[in-house]
Design a protein around this ligand. Structure first.
Ligand code: G6P
Length: 622
């Protein structure tokens, strides 16, 4: 979830670039850096922490006179800047971008992940290239150096051809003081066209104060940017025909922060393909292996692990419930799930053979932290699954598994939930693999499915959104929603019901469908919409019988079903389909229509979905 800003034009650009990075801060980052080219020489400054630290580092470079970033005469009018969210390599100054080649003539900034970095690094090292960071990104600077023969665009195009993964990057070369070259494969890249100046960035807010005229770079394209504009070519070197249309951004600054969406929540719902891709891609770089070598757990402990206990609050608790199914199904380790605010006040029986996992997107939720500490005091090994580097949970835990969803502004968790769910899938597979608990062919098959999940999330959101809005319209005045599911569909119902109540203020209940006949059935009549999660699973027949019981009481059934399954549509009033995948992975898709349903019901009722009443993003009170 890094940020890229580049500038070439007639103005001194150091402060323009840092101001651009400020506009991308919302994406989350742990370090930042800037490179400026002046007088045939590139100076770079990088700093760990927030942009205030980068500003201070730039200022220090000024005073020393050797950083040259501010004192370069004349001041630089071309440069690149970056906010980094660590994936490969720790959070250090060396690993912050921009990254250079061996001769310090090229600098690059990159968003995303280069999957074949290990292989490329080996090749480049054999050819004599020297690396100064642990990142996958630095490879790109050396690849450009390898291919460079006076033509920067050609060198970037050739380097682009060597890469696999999902990324966007921008490069500059000290021999080309008026040119930036950038390329895109699945991570956003936008050119901003000013008057005698041009910007390149990973998101429009970075330059919106300066210009509203943009060119959207598409996948597989390379763009050469000068003060006069931009030339786009495809990966084979052909110019675009016809050339890309210039678009005019009509959003104001506030809308720009929301990426053109009316709310942060909707923007974040749409960011889920990215959030999940960032979380899983480099951990699934091979076809048959989950790489969680970042976890600080000895193989012996993992092999002898007796039990896992998961503690969490709110939405994170629901991600934990899904994780329980995955871990038990694949790794055959017993998993207990507990609400952190309950666990901490019990006398839990827990000890050195147990792994206690605290799931908390913020890493600061007081009850989850307390539950983790209690487990730690009793000798258990404690893992944090969190989205925020440096948060308290990361400091308290013995080991950390990061989700990489970027900063979430909406109070209702959406993209952090799917990223947590993806992280739990990774963990389940990794444990299965580490303990030889499941046949390798099955693990390989799930890995292949999991890799396809980000694009299935994108397809799902696109295909259901209009219908969900229509369904929301027909139910916006209902006074109660019941959610029913079984097995791994149950946590999806719990999450859907939580989303609905927290942002629309309509009472909801979520129930294990098998329990319906023991009470909740009394609630059913013509006025009750019942949301059923009926995606493919070994117990789909059972849920279909429950749907029939609900229909017999006159209630309206809104079902979430798997594409290709027509049995559900036959018994439900309205059916929303999600793409087929392995049944354990279905929840990460099934939850999407439920997030959207809650969202549209709340919006149709005129409510502020980003800031629901009485709720806070992080609950730090004891
Ligand atoms: C608050 C938020 C929820 C979140 C819960 C747990 O209640 O409103 O969206 O799920 O805290 O937060 P955590 O940061 O621990 O995941």
């Amino acid at each position: 979830m890094c940020g890229i800003v580049g500038y070439v034009g007639g103005r001194p650009c150091r402060d323009l670039l840092i101001a651009g990075l400020e506009k991308l801060e919302y994406r989350g980052y742990d370090s930042a850096g800037i490179s400026l080219l002046s007088d045939g020489h590139i100076d770079s400054v990088r700093a760990v922490g927030n942009l205030a630290n980068l500003r201070a580092a730039v200022g220090l470079a000024d005073e020393d006179g050797d950083g040259g970033v501010a004192v370069a005469a004349p001041p630089a009018t071309i440069g690149l800047a970056h906010t980094r969210w660590a994936t490969h390599g720790r959070v250090t100054e060396e690993n912050a971008h921009p990254h250079g080649d061996c001769q310090d003539r090229i600098q690059i900034v990159l968003n995303g992940i280069v999957e074949n970095h290990a292989e490329l690094r080996r090749q480049l090292e054999d050819e004599g290239h020297r690396f100064s960071s642990e990142t996958d990104a630095e490879i790109v600077a050396h690849l450009i150096e390898r291919h460079y023969e006076q033509d920067l665009t050609e060198a970037v195009r050739a380097a682009f051809g060597d890469l696999r993964g999902h990324y966007a990057f921008a490069a500059m070369h000290s021999d080309h003081p008026g040119t930036l070259v950038a390329a895109r494969h699945e991570c956003p890249l936008i050119v901003g066209l000013g008057d005698g100046e041009t910007f390149i960035a990973s998101a429009i807010p970075a330059f919106l104060r300066e210009t509203r005229r943009v060119l959207l770079i598409e996948n597989g394209e390379i763009v050469t940017v000068t003060a006069d504009g931009a030339v786009i070519i495809d990966a084979s070197g052909n110019a675009l025909d016809p050339p890309r249309d210039i678009e005019e951004v009509t959003w104001d600054e506030e809308a720009a922060e929301k990426g053109g969406f009316p709310t942060f929540m909707l923007k974040e719902i749409h960011e889920q393909p990215d959030a999940v891709a960032e979380t899983i891609t480099d951990r699934l770089s091979g076809i048959d292996h989950v790489d969680l070598s970042e976890l600080d757990l000895e193989p012996e402990f993992v092999r002898n692990l007796r039990r896992i206990v998961i503690v969490a609050c709110g939405t994170s608790y629901h991600a934990g419930l899904i994780g329980r199914y995955a871990i038990e199904q694949w790794a055959r380790i017993p998993v207990e799930m507990d609400i952190a605010s309950e666990y901490r006040y019990r006398e839990p029986v827990v000890g050195p053979d147990d792994l206690v996992i605290g799931i908390t997107q913020s890493g600061e939720t007081a009850d989850t932290l307390a539950a983790m500490r209690l487990a730690s005091e009793r000798g258990a090994r404690v893992m944090a699954v969190t989205n925020v580097m440096g948060s308290q949970a990361t400091r308290d835990a013995d080991t950390v598994l990061y989700t990489r969803a970027g900063l979430e502004m909406g109070v209702a968790a959406t993209k952090t939930f799917t990223a947590q769910t993806a992280a739990m899938y990774l963990l389940g597979l990794w444990l299965a693999q580490s303990r030889d608990a499941w046949p390798q062919e099955q693990i390989t098959a799930i890995i292949a499915e999991l890799k396809g999940i980000p694009s299935k999330i994108a397809t799902t959101i696109e295909s259901v959104e209009e219908r969900v809005r229509a369904i929301a319209r027909s139910h916006q005045d209902r006074r109660f929603f019941l959610y029913l599911g079984r097995n791994i569909g149950l946590p999806v119902c719990l999450e859907g019901a939580l989303k609905m109540k927290e942002i629309s203020y309509i009472p909801t209940d979520a129930y294990a469908a098998g329990e319906m006949k023991h009470g909740p059935i009394a609630l059913l009549d013509e006025s009750t919409p019942v949301v059923c999660v009926a995606t493919n699973s070994p117990i789909l027949d059972k849920i279909l019988s429950n749907v029939a019981e609900v229909r017999a009481r006159g209630a309206d059934v809104i079902a979430i079903a798997t594409e290709g399954n027509d049995d559900v549509a036959e018994v439900a009033d309205q059916t929303l389909h999600v793409p087929a995948t392995d049944w354990v992975l279905q929840p990460i898709l099934a939850v999407l229509p439920l997030q959207l349903l809650a969202y549209h019901v709340a919006r149709l009722n005129g409510l502020n979905v980003d800031q629901p009443r009485n709720l806070a993003k992080t609950v730090t009170v004891e």
